[in-house]
Structure formats: structure tokens, C-alpha cells
Design a protein around this ligand. Sequence first.
Ligand code: FAD
Length: 293
Amino acid sequence: MKTAELFEHKTVFSLEVFPPKPDTDEKVIYDTLNALSDISPDFISVTYGAGGGKNGLKTIQIASDIQNRYGVESVAHLPCTGLTRAQAAAILDSLQAHGIENVLALRGDRREDSAETGDFCHASDLISFIKEHYDFNIIAACYPEVHPESISAVDDLKWLRHKVECGADHLITQLFLDNRYFMEFREKACIAGIDVPIEAGIMPVTNKRQIERMVKLCGVQLPKKFVRVLEKYEHNETALRDAGIAYAIDQITDLIAEGVDGIHLYTMNNPYVAQKIFEAVESLISVSCCTAR
Ligand code: FAD
């Protein structure tokens, strides 16, 4: 099923996983998927390391297993930086052969030390390429706090609309910790004529190193309330995990009340955290599917 169709019926609840690192036992990801598929999410997406390489094969295999072994709709991420058209086509052909219908088309992060190669400058180029040659449902990324490379919020929104005009059917946001950024972004996107579903990307923060990395990489603002939680519990692993879960539940509860199209949970391959959050918001999702649409 194409993910864009899911939004016609309900508030979507989806999950994201990443392939195991090369030195990790493959079994771990399948234990994770076993637990995550019990939640019956609307779909599970699988990240892909930019620049291609062997890790991409794992993305395809895991996305295929999610779809064909666990019976959950799957989405394969595909960052295009460094790829030629022929390489992109080979990956897309393989996804198609595995029966995967959904691709999250991305540019990927540019490494400062590498000269740009490949046939695609931006995600929009990959989206146009997919639209021209394939029948995938296309998802794209968006940034409530503006992409770090953008010269302005207006410019970022202009290019986001371009991605939708090129063929993106559904958007997923970068993580944010203050819902006000999402609400303002959603309103501006609507004014800009962006009319595809926008899922809110929520990352339950369960360790300090993880959030420090995210802040550096994505330019996400830390609200005072969040910093207080972090400072109070940073030396107690269990308390910080539970506080991170509670914070994410609070964010999701508020977003559902505001009529969000969907929640995309960055699980960090932690099924315990995903299960706890799902249990807490399951009834809210089913109520909103009966009333909000
Ligand atoms: P683009 O849409 O190309 O945007 C990048 C910048 O260029 C923005 O500032 C934008 O305003 C501007 N821009 C866009 N189009 C144009 C244009 N046509 N002309 C001029 N300027 C333009 N990375 C991975 O490597 N693997 C993953 O699996 C992965 N998954 C992700 C999932 C989600 C939900 C999100 C939000 C991000 C993910 N990323 C992933 C990170 C992503 O690759 C980076 O954020 C990257 O820096 C930008 O990707 P993009 O697709 O948004 O790029």
C-alpha cells in the first residue's frame, strides 16, 4: 500500500529503524523488528547511509523483510548524494522487485571532506527521476526549524513546495522538541500551498549524548522544560529514559489534539521505548481517527 493513502482513514503512527552497524549481530535487528511489529504500526521506515555502499543492501533487505516477513508496510530511505542515475535505478529496481512501494527520497548529508559527485544535487532531482521512471509513493523530508543550510525559512519553504510539485506525496519532519515550531511550520506550509500530509517526527530522547549529537547535526532548539529534565536526570539512566518517554508522550498528545496527520517515531532501534509510547497514545490515535476526519 502507498503510505499517502493511509492518511485518508486515520491518524498515522509509524516507526523508523536503522540497519545494524557492520560489527553488530544481524539477529539484533530482527529481535527489534519482532517487538516493533507487535505494535502494528502503519509502516516502518529504514534509514540508508548516504553515499551508497554495502549498508544500502541491508536497507533493502530489512525493508523487504518488514514488508514480506512481518506483514508491515515498509518505506526505504534513499539519499541520492553521490549516486549516479544508473546506481539510483539499480536500487529502485531492487526495491520494486521486493514489492516495496514507498521510498523516502532524500539528498543526504554532505560531508565537508568529500567533493560532490553523482547526478543529483537535491532531493527534488531524485523525486523527479523516480516520478519519471517508476510508480513509487514518494515521501520527502521537511524541517520545522528550517534546514541548517537554508538561507531563510521562506527559501526553505519554497524548495519544499518544489519537492511536492516534483512529486512528493507525503512529508515527514525532522525531530523537534517544541511543538510550537511544528504548528507554525504547518500553518506556513498550508499558506504556501503545500497540501500533502505532514507527519511529525518525534524522537524520544533517552540519553544525553544522543541529544547533543542531534542538536549539533540538525540545529534543533532545546526548550527550557526539556533542559530541566535533562539536567535533573542525566546521571540516572533509568530515570532519564522514563523522563524521555514521558516528554515524547506529552508532545504526541498535544499534536494529536491539534489534528496532526501522523506521528513518525524515531525509535533508535529501542522497542521498549516505542512500546511504552505506543501504549500511552494508542487510544488517542483511535479516537482521533473517528472524530478528526
Ligand atoms: P533537500 O531537499 O535537497 O534540501 C537540502 C537543502 O537544500 C535545504 O536547505 C533546502 O532548502 C535546499 N534545497 C532543496 N531543494 C533545492 C533546489 N532544488 N535548489 C536549491 N536549493 C534546494 N539522511 C541519510 O543520509 N539517510 C537517511 O536515511 C535519512 N533519513 C532522514 C529521514 C528524515 C525524516 C529526515 C528529516 C532526514 C533524514 N536524513 C537522512 C537527513 C537528510 O539527508 C539531511 O537532512 C540532508 O541534509 C537534507 O536532505 P533533504 O532530502 O531534505 O535535502
